[in-house]
Design a protein around this ligand. Structure first.
Ligand code: SAT
Ligand code: MN
Length: 629
């Protein structure tokens, strides 16, 4: 390892000398609080990463997969009690409870600090504290922000190395004066000198705590995913919504892709557009980000699969970056049929967590192949056969892989100033009522579409089947500020982009802010089957959206939004009959009016912080629906 291990009493290491005083002081404070045996400043080098991997293989945390089947790839099995983000243990600490809003767990900052100080005291005894400087976004980029996580989990360090630009380069930016977010993390499993360690140390007690005012993150007790990889949901969404609120940009739970139409008859190449899209969970977000188009000549390239930061560029037009550098995706259900691009991304250099191990040292999960292997070691480390009653992979098993391994990664995915954002897509999972696609009348109406995002509950375990589970902007557990203030930020950022575009006279698209669309891949027919095939066929919907941007596609005005005009989408080529298409696009004003009334009641729960413009957009929708009944 090239990283410098130092005891706390030694003088400054080379890395520490490049750390600014405030960072060095914070690291010192964290070390005094948590009492680690040693401190390692991570430089992000390959040697450092390999050293940590070797350490974890020795500790039993990682299993090296068969290098012929899965080169440079590893399997981690977590403690069975530490398998997912825990929303019930996630807190937003604001002085005034009102500032956290009704969608968050609020806790009083002073008493939370006391609780955390108690838990963190001596929590790293017997362990190494790693200091992990990281960048969210390309190092030096305009929208990029920085953070430093201290952690006693080498698994988290290696994961942060995949999911962010980590080490010396971000540290240099911080040393040069860039602001940074401190993120304190411990698995909460101190070791006494005679204690043997376990492969996945963690604690039954868990806290994932954000202090938006002071831009601080504290996480205790878990090493899994967003609980512990604090760059992801904790920073890039919860803290970032607070940063964006103050600085005039948006942290969005959105994938980012680039779509290029085929050349026209004269050979003129198609104009590439960048699209950000938000979907509630279990809507195939990664599949959409990595779509392999079913229509010849179209190209979809990937920039991000989970988070986009959106803000004005120098000309006032909205630009977007993917602040992350890797994918932390759900493995089960991923196959060459559902997501061939992901399968190609995962052929090497991947850390798998809680998937099953095959007898020849490869990985398997439910849905990867039609026929399961005859024998596996399941995610708990036990023998498994197709007769077993429990799944071989945990349903929230994950792959962690660097973005550059994705075969469809766009060349501008890490452009320092991001990409101009042309369109925004909001999608719900709706068996009824909501058409395949609709374009918003304007930005304000689009924000209403985003704030109204919802899924219909499909399993009794989620509550009454058919009931709407609202997930505004797909941000429910990820908004670090009052949700209604975040809606106001959306309205403000869009209005500014429109105004700036008007002043600058930006041409090329008929709008100055990105056009907004709502999609629903999940509408069902009376027999309960999906009306739309989805996956690669979704390119037909994107193609119509692009046509709207360039002014070549027709639309029909309905109370829900602009719907594709007759003949605009070749649904027959997607295997959809005329009757199915009519159901897919049907608008029932009465049912939609009822839903809008439900939305109005939902908004009441956000009190007087609901932006007047959003309420006005909803009232306008209700009026036009009622007059259409
Ligand atoms: O665990 S993560 O928060 O990174 C992913 C997710 O649960 O959405
Ligand atoms: Mn997500």
């Amino acid at each position: 390892m090239t990283a410098t291990s130092v005891s706390r009493t030694t003088s400054a290491t080379p890395s520490q000398t490049t750390a600014p005083a405030d960072l060095a002081r914070w690291v010192d404070e964290m070390a005094s609080l948590t009492s680690p045996d040693s401190i390692v400043w991570c430089d992000g080098s390959d040697e450092e990463r390999q050293g940590l991997i070797d350490l974890m293989i020795d500790a039993g945390t990682l299993v090296k997969l068969n290098p012929e089947k899965r080169p440079r790839s590893y399997l981690a099995r977590s403690n069975p009690s530490d398998v997912a983000r825990v929303e019930s243990r996630t807190f937003i600490c604001t002085d005034d409870e009102d500032d956290a809003g009704p969608t968050n767990n609020w806790a009083d900052p002073a008493s939370m600090r006391e609780t955390l100080t108690g838990l963190f005291t001596g929590a790293m005894k017997g362990r190494t504290m790693y200091v992990v400087p990281f960048a969210m976004g390309p190092v030096g980029g305009a929208l990029t922000r920085y953070g430093v996580q201290v952690t006693d989990s080498p698994y988290v360090v290696v994961s942060m190395g995949v999911m962010t630009r980590m080490g010396a380069a971000p540290l240099a930016q911080i040393a040069a004066g860039a602001a940074w977010v401190p993120a304190a993390h411990t698995v909460g499993a101190p070791l006494n000198p005679d204690d043997a360690d376990v492969p996945w140390p963690c604690n039954e007690t868990k806290y994932i705590v954000q202090f938006p005012a002071t831009r601080e993150i504290w996480s205790y007790g878990s090493a899994y995913g967003g609980n512990a990889i604090l760059a992801k949901k904790a920073f890039a969404l919860r803290i970032a919504t607070a940063l964006g609120h103050d600085e005039g940009w948006l942290a969005a739970h959105m994938l980012l892709l680039k779509v290029t139409p085929p050349a026209d008859e004269s050979g003129t190449p198609g104009v590439a557009r960048h699209v950000a899209a938000a979907f509630p969970s279990a809507c195939g977000k990664t599949n959409f980000a990595m779509m392999r188009p079913a229509v010849d000549g179209w190209k979809v390239e990937t920039l991000g699969d989970d988070i986009a930061w959106i803000g004005p560029g120098e000309d006032g037009r909205l630009r977007a970056i993917n602040p992350e550098a890797g994918f932390f995706g759900v493995a089960p259900g991923t196959s060459v049929d559902t997501n061939p691009v992901a399968m190609e991304t995962l052929v090497s250099d991947t850390i798998f967590t809680n998937v099953a191990l095959t007898d020849d040292g490869d990985v398997w999960w439910e849905g990867m192949t039609k026929e399961p292997p005859a024998h596996l070691i399941d995610w708990r480390g036990n023998d498994w056969t197709p007769e077993s009653e429990t799944p071989a992979a945990h349903p929230n098993a994950r792959f962690t892989v660097a973005a550059h391994h994705c075969p469809t990664i766009a060349e501008d995915w890490d452009a320092p100033d991001g990409v101009v954002l042309d369109a925004i897509v909001f999608g719900g999972r709706r068996a009824t009522q909501i058409p395949l696609v609709a374009q918003a009348f304007d930005w304000r109406h689009g924000v209403l579409m985003g704030a109204s995002l919802a899924s219909e509950q499909t399993a009794a375990a989620e509550g009454p089947v058919g009931k709407l589970r609202r997930d505004p902007l797909a941000m429910l557990p990820f908004c670090g500020i009052h949700m209604a203030d975040h809606w106001a930020d959306w309205l403000r950022v869009g209005a500014q982009a429109e105004a700036a575009g008007a002043v600058a006279g930006v041409h090329g698209t008929p709008h100055h802010a990105p056009a907004i669309f709502h999609v629903n891949w999940f509408r069902k027919g009376p027999d309960g089957t999906f009306l739309w095939p989805g996956f690669g066929e979704n390119i037909r919907v994107l193609a119509w959206a692009l046509g709207r941007l360039s002014g070549t596609a027709d639309a029909e005005r309905t109370p829900f939004g602009w719907l594709p005009g007759e003949g605009e989408i070749d649904y027959a080529a997607a295997g959809v009959t005329d009757a199915q298409w009519r159901r897919l696009m049907a608008i029932d004003p009465e049912a939609l009016a009822e839903e809008s009334e439900d939305m109005a009641r939902y908004l009441e729960g956000f009190g007087d912080r609901v932006p007047a413009e959003l309420a006005a957009a909803l009232a306008q929708r209700l009026r036009s629906l009622r007059s259409a009944v």
